[in-house]
Design a protein around this ligand. Structure first.
Ligand code: ADP
Ligand code: MG
Ligand code: MG
Length: 885
């Protein structure tokens, strides 16, 4: 016979905390608390399997369940000495839903079940408090009618408010027994009018109704939507807890409250919570009265006058504090608790691991590890790497006043204040002149890079989470709000309008990339820092991890930021932006337009010294750390002007006829540039470009070495290789330049970003000292899917369950991961010491980092602001790896 019902209470329980899947979180923890000797009102849990079976069998309950419920009730009756439905000594229960994962949208709890016109009199006599009995009954009628019978609670609240008005009462506590008697008659009449039958009087019928309602709510719209959004399978089902009532509404020595064993927002090792005297659980949440603080300390800090529980009920408070210690000792983590005090006696009604801010998570983990309550490894596992993002960017002061003007997508976190500008050139000019600017564009393109670098934040009217603006901004760690669809930008007038307001060029706005909000004026901010508990957790993570952490960075500022956040090298230094800057774009365009090699070489010669200085600036910061520099990657046509107006002005600037420029731009146009003439294909067609870059790199390395004595190990990376031959040819050319320059330590390797390169990794390894998996392009080329266009239909794919997550955010381990594994194996078979890492955006994603660890890569490389996240995620990967082996 299947066991459908698990009892708890009286110092023992049939379940425990390991049985969350069967008993739900609430039920499993009630059982656990009961068996460690905490005062838990007795009860039983109907398992989640009942729910699953019920739906599998066309909404029919499993055989044997009813009998087990009768036994469960008998168990409670025995421990309480009361009888369910008995007119003289009635047992009242609560019916509480509780799934494996906490789930809003499910049925609310029903309290005081078992009351009717008869039992309420029994309760009145037994307690010697008629007012209390009637107060419980009116609560029950309201709750049961609302959540089980579907009659909205407003109807009852209106009647109560009207009654209080006519009596001149402010608070529910002023209601007398007679008042409640009158109101209850009206309540019952409301239910009868709405349903055409009397409020159910039979206790067993009430219980069945409540159980039906909990299981029914598993399939209501709210619950279904919530599950879909949070990846919770319907097959989990919910459990139902039926538990003897304890009464916080039995006068001045009774109370109800919620508490955390530590402060959930700061992590401080102080009890934190609220309680209400003479009240039942839902009153705290409903805000009927203002709750009082738990501790005297908190009361003083908050400037409250109403006494804290510590002061008002010192004895019970003492018991509660002991319970907190016991619970933390047992669960070895901060707990979130519900309790009730019935006439001076403490009862525990719920415990669970408490949710906390990132700051609190760090503090609690460090405090508990240092106190020897948990190990350092456990401390590391307790912090969600992604939550660290909250601490890595300036954020809005939560208490600051604000005036919201627009809303878009939270494309890149962080907050920034600045003057609105509408063009990238203007952003750059103003920023050089010391202004802080916010770049507002309809959308951005590669030509806006300099403006995006100059801006404190970026706002676009169009584009999704993977639009150019969003991706580039995340890479830079620049806050960005994308797709703020309501704003209308008028470039000509230099203003945007939104909801009847106009913001002009130069006006100050505040952008919050974490929420996607834009505010008028300057909102007060708080700055990030990697110190204290955060720094300590990072040190522990470094001890635990084996994976190296590098950064994707190409400006001295980004490189410095990454080093400050603990990066151990550069995994990807892109070189294209070095051509986009105003002082070299003209020379580069001249190179592109040149008719022959000689013309190209003379243009490149002008770029060489500036490019060399770019590299030197980065190498100086890097000291002796490794530095992977990728040679030119994008197609040349990205560097040419496109609009007629731009073509004309550029033609004038570089002294060629506009028609000539137009012709060349047309010539270079490609129908599919992502798969076109780019990457090493440029190096094959125009060897002098890569030769110039190699020379600039080697000269810079030497110059830094003479200045500081510690030049980085240079790793030159050739992009978009698909065959060993490409690499062989280009490597020979670079080696020749190295010879000519008299280069210091360097190695040459390639990006693996095409499926063919992954499959031919064996041959390629003959010529490569390292592989860097360019997982952005490798994902595009493996799926045959352009990232810029994927945003339109990927949500459909996620919704249909075809892909679990956006493969551009979290590595597609089955497909792209397979290619990486194949390449790693084939590469190592040929060259066992070959170095491997990844440099796509996945380098900052914890699940992808775990994959890299498991695959035995040497490092991951991510954007500077992701470095701490990657350090922790790599530590967690090592710890889980150790646990398994
Ligand atoms: P939720 O998941 O919404 O918190 P709960 O089932 O935990 O729902 O209960 C809602 C409120 O009712 C809580 O304050 C809880 O402490 C209180 N409560 C639940 N069961 C009982 C009971 N048997 N006796 C007294 N109060 C109870
Ligand atoms: Mg609760
Ligand atoms: Mg690429």
């Amino acid at each position: 016979m299947t066991k459908w019902v698990y009892n708890f209470g009286g110092g023992t329980a049939e379940g425990d905390t390991s049985m969350k899947n069967l008993l739900g979180g609430k039920g499993a923890n009630l059982a656990e608390m009961a068996s460690i000797g905490l005062p838990v009102p007795p009860g039983f849990t109907l398992t989640a399997d009942v729910c699953t079976t019920y739906y599998e069998n066309g909404e029919v309950y499993p055989d044997g369940m009813d009998a087990q419920i009768v036994d469960g009730l008998a168990h409670i009756e025995k421990l309480t000495g009361k009888t369910f439905g008995d007119a003289h000594n009635p047992l009242l229960v609560s019916v509480r839903s509780g799934a494996r994962a906490s789930m809003p949208g499910m049925m609310d709890t029903v309290l005081n079940l078992g009351l009717n016109d008869e039992t309420v009199e029994g309760l009145a006599k037994l307690s010697g408090d008629r007012r209390f009995a009637l107060d419980s009954y009116r609560r029950f009628i309201t709750m049961y009618s609302d959540v089980v019978l579907g009659v909205h609670h407003h109807a009852y609240e209106d009647v109560l408010e009207m009654h209080k008005d006519t009596q001149g009462y402010m608070l529910d506590t002023e209601m007398t027994a007679e008042d409640w008697g009158t109101v209850i008659e009206e309540f019952k009449a409301i239910t009868k009018r709405a349903l055409g039958r009397d409020f159910p009087q039979d206790a067993r019928e009430q219980l069945q109704g409540a159980v039906d309602a909990v299981f029914g709510s598993w399939m209501n719209d709210r619950a279904v939507v919530y599950r879909r959004l949070n990846d919770i399978p319907a097959a989990w089902g919910t459990a139902v807890n039926v538990q003897a009532m304890v009464f916080g509404n039995m006068g001045e020595t009774s109370a109800t409250g919620v508490a955390f064993t530590r402060d959930p927002s700061t992590g401080a090792n102080e009890y934190y919570g609220e309680f209400l005297i003479n009240a039942q659980g839902e009153d705290v949440v409903a805000g009927i009265r203002t709750p009082q603080t738990l501790t005297k300390h908190a009361r003083i800090e908050m400037g409250e006058t109403a006494p804290s529980m510590e002061e008002a009920m010192p004895e019970v408070y003492g018991q509660l504090a002991e319970t907190f210690v016991k619970l933390e000792g047992h669960y070895r983590d901060m707990q979130d608790i519900e309790f009730t005090v019935e006439q001076g006696k403490l009862w525990m009604l719920q415990t669970r691991t408490g949710k906390r801010t990132a700051r609190a998570a760090l503090k609690i983990a460090v405090d508990m590890a240092e106190a020897g309550q948990i190990t350092k490894d456990e401390a590391l596992m307790r912090v969600d790497p992604l939550s660290l993002d909250q601490l890595l960017h300036p954020t809005l002061n939560p208490d600051a006043p604000r005036d919201i003007i627009a809303m878009g997508l939270p494309a890149s976190p962080g907050a920034a204040i600045g003057e609105v500008v509408f063009s990238s050139d203007e952003a750059e000019t103003l920023s050089k002149a010391g202004h802080k600017v916010i770049l507002v564009r309809i959308e951005t393109s590669p030509e806006d890079i300099h403006g995006m670098h100059a801006a404190e934040a970026i706002v676009t009217a169009r584009g999704g989470m993977t639009s150019h603006a969003a991706v580039v901004a995340r890479g830079m760690g620049t806050p960005c709000v994308s797709g703020a669809g309501q704003i209308r930008i008028d470039y000509a007038a230099g203003e945007f309008s939104v909801a009847g307001r106009t913001v002009k060029k130069g006006d100050i706005v505040t952008v919050d990339g974490a929420t996607g909000q834009v505010f008028a004026g300057a909102v007060d901010m708080v700055q990030p820092e990697l110190s204290g508990d955060f720094a300590k957790v990072m040190d522990w993570a470094d001890e635990a991890r084996t994976l190296g952490i590098r950064t994707n960075a190409e400006t001295p500022l980004d490189v410095q930021t990454a080093i400050d956040f603990g990066a151990e090298g550069i995994g990807l230094c892109r070189t294209e932006h070095m051509f986009f800057e105003a002082d070299r774009l003209a020379n580069f365009r001249e190179m592109i337009l040149a008719e022959d090699k000689a013309g190209r070489e003379s243009a490149l010669a002008k770029i060489l010294p500036v490019q060399q200085e770019d590299f030197a600036a980065i190498f100086r910061i890097m000291g002796g750390l490794p530095c992977t520099v990728r040679l030119l990657d994008p197609p040349l046509h990205e560097f040419l002007p496109h609009t007629e107006k731009d073509i004309e002005s550029v033609a004038k600037e570089i002294g060629v006829p506009a028609g000539e420029l137009m012709r060349r731009a047309r010539e270079l146009e490609e129908s599919n540039p992502m798969l076109g003439h780019r990457g090493c294909r440029l190096g094959i067609s125009y060897p002098e470009i890569y030769e110039m870059q190699a020379r600039a790199i080697f000269e810079a390395q030497k110059s830094v070495n003479t200045e500081k004595g510690s030049a980085p190990v240079v790793e030159i990376m050739i992009p978009l290789v698909s065959s060993a031959k490409e690499l062989e040819i280009l490597k020979a050319r670079i080696d020749a330049i190295a010879e000519d320059v008299g280069a210091l330590d360097y190695i040459i390797g390639t990006m693996i970003e095409l499926p063919r390169a992954a499959l031919r990794a064996g041959d390629i390894a003959e010529h490569a000292e390292f592989f860097s998996f360019g997982t952005n392009d490798l994902t595009q080329t493996t799926f045959g899917l352009s990232r810029d266009d994927a945003g339109r239909f990927l949500p459909d794919y996620v919704a249909a369950g075809i892909v679990e997550k956006d493969p551009f955010v979290s590595l597609d381990i089955d497909g792209v991961g397979d290619l990486i594994q194949i390449a790693a194996e084939r590469g190592k078979a040929v060259k066992s010491g070959i170095k491997m890492g990844i440099c796509g955006e996945h380098g900052g994603d914890p699940a992808s980092i775990k994959f890299c660890h498991d695959t035995g890569l040497n490092y991951v490389s991510c954007s500077p602001y992701r470095v701490p996240i990657a350090r922790l995620a790599a530590a967690q990967a090592a710890i889980t790896g150790n646990l398994k082996s």
